[in-house]
Design a protein around this ligand. Structure first.
Ligand SMILES: [Zn+2]
Length: 399
């Protein structure tokens, strides 16, 4: 198959509709609506993310979408990020919809007197953000106006910067390997429109560079593409077709802690300024889903498949048994659907196959009599007759 055909076949907007994952409406341009199947996939991604972060010592938070304009003036977003924000007014008060979740994490850090012993603190947030992309550039889940950043903000001491960045590098590597992605690394340096002094920038850029060198990670320099508050390491994943997509980022920030007067108390009881690391792994959950859909061409690994097993009774007489199989699978946490339409079995199989459902279970007279199921796999074809218990064990082992 030519590359263009392959790209077209994997187009996430087309597959998004075919597999009923998400949709877009004119009434909310660039703000995708997730359908039940899409939510199942999305929830798996978020569940994996939450588990991994919990184990890596992160604490999850949730901060407001709408905050007063003065917050954004203080953070520097008003001066340096104004064109990428939505605004609102209520009760003679100006508000902005968050384009990033940084200030919320800072409020959490500043909510208590912090000791050097508590650091590093790692606040993770699946934060819904809005940015007004041009209408001509909107596309499926890839270029949107509302999306969820899998954000985290780390508050660290000077002596913890390198080791914390190394931990984030390792976490990112673990995530991308889980999905089978290779990736490339870039170091993005000071942009034209930046906040703070050249000295601080130079120090931050040197620090990121030295961590990458110590980890023996190959990287390219991407001049001028840093965030307005600090330089960053960017991660570009490579999909099955060899295309590269920017996803993860690690940003080193000496400035926002200053703007919001973040402090901790050191061993000698002196107030000190923590350093902030902003980081994301998926980047945007929506965008990452688009990449996954195209990478797998909709043939998701079993754990990500919205529907993992489809039961196909041959005739109405087999429906009761089919329903009992469904409830057995569901009680084991296997996401199962039943096709109870009065249609030819060949058609039911073909359609389940087109929906890329990993396992199909055909039920006819023989299966009802033997208390069994005839299993088909979407790629491997016929797997023969199985006892329900042993099939459940097989799926669970695979998961
Ligand atoms: Zn941030």
């Amino acid at each position: 198959m030519s590359k263009e055909l392959e790209v077209e076949k994997r187009n996430h907007r087309k597959l998004g509709l075919d597999l009923e994952l998400f949709m877009s409406v004119e009434e909310a341009p660039g703000m995708p609506i997730f359908l039940p199947n899409g939510m199942l996939l999305r929830n798996e991604l978020e569940k994996y993310w939450k588990e991994k972060h919990f184990r890596a010592g992160y604490q999850e938070i949730k901060t407001p979408i709408l905050m007063k304009q003065e917050v954004w003036e203080q953070s520097g977003h008003w001066d340096h990020y104004h064109d990428s924000m939505y605004f609102s007014k209520w009760d003679q008060q100006n508000y902005a919809i968050k384009p990033m979740s940084c200030p919320g994490a800072i409020f959490v850090f500043n909510s208590k007197r912090r000791s050097y012993r508590e650091l590093p603190m790692r606040f993770a947030e699946l934060g819904l953000v809005h940015r007004p992309e041009l209408s001509g550039s909107l596309s499926g889940l890839l270029r949107v106006r509302s999306f969820t950043q899998d954000d985290a903000h780390l508050f660290v001491r000077e002596d913890q910067v390198e080791s914390e960045i190394v931990k984030v590098l390792e976490l990112i590597d673990e995530f991308y390997s889980k999905f089978g992605f290779q990736y490339k690394v870039e170091l993005s340096t000071r942009p034209e429109d930046y906040m703070g002094s050249e000295q601080i920038w130079e120090h931050a850029e040197k620090t990121l560079e030295s961590v990458l060198k110590k980890k023996n990670l190959e990287f390219a320099i991407n001049p001028g593409d840093g965030a307005f508050y600090g330089p960053k390491i960017d991660f570009h994943i490579l999909d099955a077709l060899g295309r590269s997509w920017q996803c993860g980022t690690i940003q080193l920030d000496f400035l926002m802690p200053e703007k919001f007067d973040c402090q901790y108390i050191d061993e000698d009881n002196n107030p000190c300024r923590p350093i902030m690391i902003h980081r994301a792994i998926y980047g945007s959950v929506e965008r990452f889903m688009a990449i996954l859909i195209e990478h797998f061409g909709g043939d998701f690994p079993l754990w990500l498949s919205p529907i993992q097993a489809k039961i196909l009774p041959i005739a109405d007489a087999h429906l009761d048994f089919a329903l009992s199989v469904k409830s057995q699978l569901e009680s084991e946490g296997i996401r199962t659907e039943i096709d109870d339409r009065v249609e030819k079995i060949g058609l039911k199989i073909r359609q389940a196959q087109m929906k890329k459902i990993p396992y199909m279970m055909v039920i006819g007279d023989q299966e009802v009599n033997n208390n069994s199921i005839a299993v088909r796999h979407r790629n491997e074809g016929n797997l023969g007759e199985w006892k329900i218990d042993s099939f459940v064990k097989k799926i669970i082992a695979e998961l």
